[in-house]
Design a protein around this ligand. Structure first.
Ligand SMILES: Nc1ncnc2c1ncn2[C@@H]1O[C@H](COP(=O)(O)OP(=O)(O)OP(=O)(O)O)[C@@H](O)[C@H]1O
Ligand SMILES: [Mg+2]
Length: 233
């Protein structure tokens, strides 16, 4: 469960002050697959980064599973990210000199709470899930964009995070690859009951989300459930 109260970020560019998000209050239930939509500049990325503890708001409160996350120290935030959160970015953000396997193992290695053998097993498991186990020893540049994004999803889920954040993960992909990535998120959400918060501005992605929150000028313009049953119901 994520509880967001009156969250705002003020950015100053020269003499112009932009507030986005601007007083956002929102609750996200455990297991929900939520889409954050809205025009360019409406504050989607800023909101996602604040929820993912990658950026700090100007004011407001974020409580994730009972923890007032903005009150945590930097070290505690790092640990919270490593144990509870997973990230998928638009540009994949894979390390170019590491193999697929090494990229996927990275967040597991950082945690230092599993043996190397266990990490190998866990990484193989997620590579199997994304259908790229046969590419485990390849470098990212030897894969297509869609395959690279699937590897970045494997890396995001290897630590079994409670919440997965994705900022326009299909922005650089064609429709077929976008569908593969969205289907993967759908399966992860169904099988692992992970909460997924995804930013998108592609209208056809709507069908994948349980719920859609639209931002306009930093504020919530609409918030509604799709045809899917509410996961908490
Ligand atoms: N580092 C920054 N410095 C100044 N202004 C910023 C900064 N980051 C974001 N902004 C401004 O905050 C507003 C929201 O930006 P944000 O990136 O969250 O929008 P977005 O909805 O993700 O847009 P897009 O669909 O283009 O990715 C924009 O007006 C943007 O110009
Ligand atoms: Mg953005």
């Amino acid at each position: 469960m994520i509880e967001i109260s009156d969250l705002s970020k003020i950015n100053r560019m020269e003499n112009v002050e932009v507030r986005a998000p601007d007083g956002v209050t929102l609750g996200i239930a455990k297991g929900e697959f939520i889409g954050i939509m809205g025009a360019s500049g409406s504050g989607k990325t800023t909101l996602l980064h604040m929820l993912g503890l990658l950026d700090e708001p100007t004011n407001g409160k974020i409580v994730i599973e009972g923890t007032d996350v903005l009150a945590l120290s930097d070290y505690e935030k790092t640990m919270f990210r490593l144990y509870k959160l997973g990230y998928v970015f638009q540009d994949y953000a894979l390390v170019p000199d590491l193999t697929v396997m090494e990229n996927v193992s990275l967040p597991a290695m950082l945690r230092k709470d599993r043996s190397e053998e266990q990490i190998q097993k866990d990484s193989d498991f997620v590579l199997e899930k994304i259908g790229l186990i046969d590419r485990r020893d390849h470098l990212p540049r030897e894969l297509s964009g869609g395959q690279q994004q699937r590897v970045s999803i494997a890396r995001a889920i290897v630590n079994k995070p409670d919440i997965l954040f994705a900022d326009e993960p299909c922005a650089n992909l064609d429709t077929e690859n976008s569908r593969m990535v969205l289907d993967l998120f759908h399966d992860i959400n169904e099988e692992m009951k992970q909460t997924i918060v995804m930013v998108s501005h592609e209208d056809w992605h709507k069908e994948y989300f349980h719920r859609i929150v639209r931002l306009r000028d930093g504020k919530i313009a609409s918030d509604g459930y799709n045809n899917h049953p509410h996961p908490a119901a």
